[in-house]
Ligand binder design. Structure first.
Ligand code: GLU
Length: 268
């Protein structure tokens, strides 16, 4: 789709959200080759003169990779402890892969409270702008170890949307393990069609069969459509792509990828 290609080409400030389902392999541990491929593509974008902020999940799965015997612990303190361990593993992997291109990474962990407080948002913006101006790639995740349910943003689609709005990004790319939004649940319906262009995310939310609770599988499609509606309100488009597919952003730039592009009616 030409519009998909043009949207990436014309965007300078890009937030890329990487879901746990993209980063994990069939054993539920981190898939380093997928991660490496995403880093290569981010480097391509930077070489094109673009600026990139990553919002990456994966602390939980990296924690399981490090201390597998905790994987079945359901208690919240163990989950939080696992994320604290996994966040280090996650950042170590990003650091290693970006170092191949001489790029530094920076970790920013945020909670809902941070976005509700004027001083904190100002500080986050200042740190983000400084890092980016200096050619560093910020990698943002929720601060899972301090986020109890009441203050949790809860999902990184929302965190990515808040980040895109705060940074005044030109584009939010959400990498998930689904090809995009379909008119019906594609797992249950063989004739489900990919919706390639969405002009009104809010209306779409109401009109399609989102399926049981919020997901067509692991993708959590409802939070993605909500994230699109959020950023579209600020005039920021959102592109949902299948990040499990090798070179998906490169293919997008070559005009060879399909996904769902949520455009905004608000001029920037
Ligand atoms: N912050 C969580 C993690 O890194 C993931 C949240 C999400 O995937 O939405 O494991």
């Amino acid at each position: 789709m030409d519009q998909l290609k043009k949207t990436i080409e014309n965007s300078r400030k890009i937030v890329i959200k990487i879901g746990s389902n993209v980063l994990s392999d069939e054993n539920g541990t981190v898939n380093k080759s997928v991660m490496h491929n995403i880093v290569e593509q981010v480097n391509d974008l930077i070489k094109m003169g673009k600026q990139v902020i990553l919002v990456s999940s994966g602390a939980g799965i990296c924690g399981v990779g490090a201390i597998n015997k905790w994987s079945r612990r359901g208690d919240i303190n163990y989950k939080q402890a696992l994320c604290a361990i996994g966040q280090v593993e996650l950042m170590m992997a990003y650091k290693e892969y970006f170092a191949d291109y001489g790029i530094h990474v920076a970790q920013i962990l945020l909670t809902r409270d941070d976005f509700d407080d004027h001083h904190r948002t100002l500080n986050i913006r200042n740190a983000m702008f400084t890092l980016i101006d200096e050619g560093v790639v910020p990698v943002i995740n929720e601060n899972d170890s301090v986020s109890v349910d009441e203050i949790k943003i809860g999902d990184n689609d929302t965190l990515a949307a808040l980040t895109a709005a705060l940074w005044n990004a030109d584009l939010l790319i959400v990498l998930s393990d689904i090809d995009g939004v379909f008119d019906k649940d594609p797992k249950a319906n063989k004739d489900a069609k990919l919706i390639e262009l969405v002009q009104n995310a809010e209306a779409l939310e109401e009109s399609i069969d989102i399926g049981e609770k919020s997901s067509f599988g692991t993708g959590g499609i409802a939070t993605k459509i909500e994230a699109a509606a959020k950023v579209n309100k600020f005039g920021i488009p959102m592109l949902l792509l299948n990040g499990s597919k090798q070179d998906i952003i490169r293919d997008g730039l070559a005009g060879e990828a399909k996904g769902t592009l949520f455009v905004s009616s608000i001029a920037r």
